[in-house]
Design a protein around this ligand. Structure first.
Ligand SMILES: [Ca+2]
Length: 468
């Protein structure tokens, strides 16, 4: 056993042996059988980009059906407003004042001693697979998924690499997989990455159907750049729409819509597979966005509705994401929950499902009482005293309905009451100085110095999507 692994086991493995409360809860909930976990995170999918949320243009019949069969959350918030930090928060259960990856250029890795949700689930005997965009450490760093609990990770490690759907290569557990026929053109090529990533996701589920598994699908659609195969059925459905919206290319908005429809179809295929393998009843599936929607195409799709801001900032538009969770017979159908939670809560929730203790140094709270009911969980849902985000020079704190935000380093904190002002338009900082002072004190308490991981082999560094 490596020293690092030993330290990890010594750190929290002993507690797990003592059959803690959450393990007992999990055994009761799952009748002794650990549930499979499929966590599907769609890159940039906005809160109002589902057809069940009233979107006029985008079509998501399978996700809509999932919402009628499970629980949809109105106040699930991202770990951060951009790709890399939000993934770091999801993986470590630590908010952005504590987690390692807090910036977004794509090259900052997790540290060797960071413990991810995959490492926690592996301790519980889970097969662990990740598919899509990693974003928590380039090849050759301390942050790679194969050093952080994943039996397999297939896709992109450096997130700038993920800006192409027709890259020259993808990565499987640290090794380059050349994609013959792709030339470096962003928009066309012989091998479309999402088909490959989807196939690997499906293969992993099939191969591990007889044991508990964690399938982390950090799929990259509908993030740009928007290239899609000419014969993709969803593209054929949207390509002739007379829409005025565009970005780099006139067809970009139509490709975006096609990508949303395509991933919805793939999610439907995952549900069909779970039924075919007769593991549907013992599999909990999450579908969510990774950060708030972006105002692509002059906000043609109205991705964020009344929320202020978008991807990249800490107003609600940057943080609020779609989140639906389904587990037949365990999570009640057609429930809409306003429980306030965010990405740090995923790790302890999944650990509880698996019947193991999470590490001590996390910021999350398990939402099992909300998902499965307080009676089934045997306890009340514990709430956060506060939620915290930092990104660049922005800071935000949520305390109940109050949201404090400092939108820039030298800017004053603003305060909003989201119960009356979901659009964060009416700054009430002057009316509630005592509340704001308390929230500023929380922000100060939550921030720690950021110490990133490092290189193990710099030769493996990502050198641009067009290079091998
Ligand atoms: Ca993203």
């Amino acid at each position: 056993m490596k020293r690092r692994d030993f330290l990890k086991v010594a750190g929290y493995g002993a507690a797990a042996l003592a059959m803690p409360r959450c393990a007992q809860t999990s055994q009761r909930l799952s009748k002794g059988k650990k549930p499979n976990i499929v966590y599907i995170m769609l890159d940039e999918l906005g809160y109002f980009e589902l057809s069940c949320m009233g979107n006029k243009y985008l079509k998501t019949p399978n996700i809509d059906r999932m919402a009628t069969e499970g629980m949809r959350f109105t106040q699930a918030l991202a770990g951060a407003p951009v790709c890399a930090p939000t993934r770091s928060v999801l993986m470590t259960g630590q908010h952005t004042g504590h987690t390692t990856v807090r910036t977004n250029p794509g090259g900052v890795p997790l540290r060797a001693e960071d413990v991810t949700v995959a490492e926690v689930l592996k301790q519980a005997g889970y097969a662990t697979g990740g598919f899509g965009k990693w974003g928590c450490g380039d090849r050759g760093t301390t942050g790679v998924p194969e050093r952080h609990g994943f039996d397999i990770f297939f896709g992109y490690y450096h997130q700038v690499h993920a800006h192409s759907y027709f890259p020259n290569y993808l990565v499987r557990s640290g090794e380059k997989v050349p994609l013959e026929g792709n030339t470096g053109d962003f928009y066309k090529g012989k091998q479309f990455s999402q088909y490959l990533i989807f196939d690997e996701s499906i293969k992993f589920i099939r191969e591990n159907k007889d044991r508990p598994f964690f399938c982390y699908c950090a799929w990259t659609p509908p993030h740009g750049r928007w290239g899609i195969p000419e014969d993709e059925p969803a593209w054929l459905e949207f390509k002739d729409k007379p829409w005025p919206a565009s970005q780099r290319r006139p067809e970009d908005a139509k490709v975006y819509a096609a990508m949303v429809k395509m991933i919805d179809r793939q999610i439907g295929q995952i549900f069909a597979l779970l039924k075919e393998l007769e593991i549907d009843d013992n599999t909990i599936v999450f579908v969510c966005g990774d950060n708030g929607g972006a105002r692509y195409f002059n906000h043609f799709f109205d991705s964020n509705g009344p929320f202020r801001g978008q991807k990249g900032n800490l107003y609600e538009g940057g943080l609020r994401i779609p989140m639906i969770v389904r587990w037949p017979g365990r999570i009640k159908a057609s429930i809409v929950s306003d429980h306030l939670w965010y990405f740090p809560d995923c790790l302890p929730t999944l650990a509880e499902l698996a019947g193991v203790e999470p590490p001590d140094n996390i910021d999350g709270i398990s939402i099992i009482p909300t998902l499965l009911g307080e009676k089934a969980a045997g306890r009340r849902q514990k709430m956060h005293k506060y939620l915290y985000w930092e990104y660049g020079r922005q800071t935000a704190v949520r305390m109940g309905d109050f949201k404090a935000i400092q939108p820039g380093k030298n800017k004053p904190f603003e305060l909003y009451d989201l119960s009356k002002d979901i659009g964060e338009q009416n700054n009430i900082a002057d009316e509630h100085p005592e509340i704001l002072a308390k929230m500023k004190a929380y922000a100060k308490q939550a921030h720690t110095e950021n110490i990133p991981g490092g290189w193990v082999d710099k030769e493996k560094a990502f050198k641009g999507h067009q290079f091998h």
